[in-house]
Ligand binder design. Structure first.
Ligand code: RAT
Ligand code: ZN
Length: 421
């Protein structure tokens, strides 16, 4: 590589590292939510991505494992994946990276030493430190209106930390009406488990009222649902009615995008609990029909199967009301982020959101973003060098503008809100 090109590559990495990011989908909470905010070594080690990997090596019976305390589970994961083996998978490497960057003694391979080191951290300062090291400026949570643990916050002062925003998550409204209707009923909405011709309109009216109330209460940035790969649209079921006649109208009325996370097959191995889901390929035609029929709605879309990624990027070229985002879950690995980011840039320029962290444990922000930034910078540098070879002069402010658009601008423009800087 010519010295000038090496300079451009280094400049790109520098800009990408320095640009604070908006993390548009996480499972993190602000400290207002008390025990819902997960942090520390025991939570890091019992992350469900690691638990699935531990079960591949260990003979421990699943019921026995789940009967253990969190600390005992963490001990077993640590022993299996970090002491008896080399932590080379994406999820295990991330724990090593978190410890190194926070100055925690991972090399001692002594979990009690790690616990002790974490024990000296004060949560409020720790949150500041993690966000500073990860260079994350804003975190979008995933907020479940049916989770009673969240209610004390929403029914009182709301979120006090301005770096955290809400996303109203409503999977069960589309996938499990029995559960959703009973929870809605308990909150005072007049709905029933059974759909009949006679109650259809009032069920939908109450669902709209429920969505409006919660979107306003949370000041939600968007409404979100994750869906199976078998998602079909339109379908002759209550799900399509709820989508078309409740969710999409409320999104339009409140000017909110709908985030669809498509391609998860839940509980293929229920014995693994949260770790028991897998990815499944979806039919992109369902999404296409949704976009065709609802041009006045905005959709943020991520898909879980690798097979769906290229066609999603192509579809996004045809519909500006869709914003592809992130490399989700099993795609949040070095090789997939690299592949997806490259062809997304090639097909979409800067009109997508390259990554979200999906963190469940606070400290994961550090490595999930650090690794993603490096891969994204590599992909961008490659494009800038090629562009320069074509005769274009690439300057620092161009790179800054592009990276800011990818890391912040696309999201805030799409949600139609003022940026939180
Ligand atoms: O990535 C995850 O942790 C998954 O368990 C899911 O939560 C997924 O990201 C989702 O939002 O449904
Ligand atoms: Zn998620």
């Amino acid at each position: 590589m010519l010295a000038q090109e090496e300079g451009l590559r280094r400049l790109t990495h520098e800009v990408v590292q320095q640009c604070p990011v908006t993390d548009m989908h996480t499972h993190l909470y602000s400290a207002d939510f008390d025990s819902l905010l997960l942090w520390g070594i025991d939570e890091l080690l019992t992350y469900h991505y690691l638990i699935a990997e531990m079960f591949r090596h260990s003979d421990v019976d699943t019921d026995t494992f789940w009967s253990w305390s969190k600390q005992e589970q963490a001990n077993h994961v640590f022993q299996t994946l970090f002491v008896e083996r080399t932590p080379i998978s994406e999820a295990t490497q991330a724990v090593v990276g978190v410890c190194q960057r926070l100055g925690m003694p991972i090399l001692s391979k002594d979990i009690d030493e790690l616990r002790e080191a974490w024990g000296s951290r004060k949560l409020t300062e720790h949150i500041d430190d993690v966000l500073r090291i990860a260079n994350v400026r804003y975190i979008v949570m995933t907020n479940d209106p049916f989770d009673s643990l969240e209610h004390p916050v929403w029914m009182n002062e709301g979120v006090s930390d301005q770096r955290f925003g809400a996303a109203l998550r409503i999977d069960s409204l589309l996938l499990n009406w029995t559960f959703a209707s009973n929870r809605m009923k308990a909150q005072g909405y007049t709905v029933t488990e059974q759909w009949t011709d006679a109650n259809r309109d009032s069920q939908l009216e109450e669902t709209r009222r429920f969505l409006r109330d919660w979107a306003r209460r949370m000041d939600a940035l968007y409404i979100a649902a994750s869906l199976p790969g078998t998602f079909d649209y339109p379908a002759d079921d209550y799900g399509t009615a709820v989508l078309e006649e409740a969710i999409l109208p409320v999104c339009k009325e409140l000017n909110l995008p709908l985030a669809l996370m498509i391609g998860v097959k839940r509980q293929v191995n229920p014995a693994l609990l949260l770790a028991g889901d897998r990815s499944e390929c979806a039919d992109i035609n369902a999404l296409e029909r949704l976009l065709v029929r609802h041009p006045a709605n905005r959709f943020m879309v991520t898909m879980l199967a690798r097979e769906n990624q290229h066609e999603l990027a192509v579809l996004a070229r045809k519909f500006r009301n869709v914003l592809p985002f992130g490399c989700w879950w099993f795609l949040h690995i070095e090789s997939m982020i690299d592949e997806m980011t490259r062809f997304r840039i090639e097909l979409l320029g800067t009109s997508f959101v390259p990554q979200h962290s999906d963190c469940r444990v606070l400290e994961q922000l550090i490595t999930k973003w650090c690794y993603s930034r490096t891969i994204i910078a590599n992909a961008l540098a490659h494009k800038y060098i090629r562009l320069q070879r074509e005769g274009w002069q690439v300057e620092r402010h161009h790179i800054e503008r592009d990276v800011d658009e990818l890391f912040n601008g696309q999201f805030w423009k799409f949600v139609g809100r003022e940026r939180k800087d």
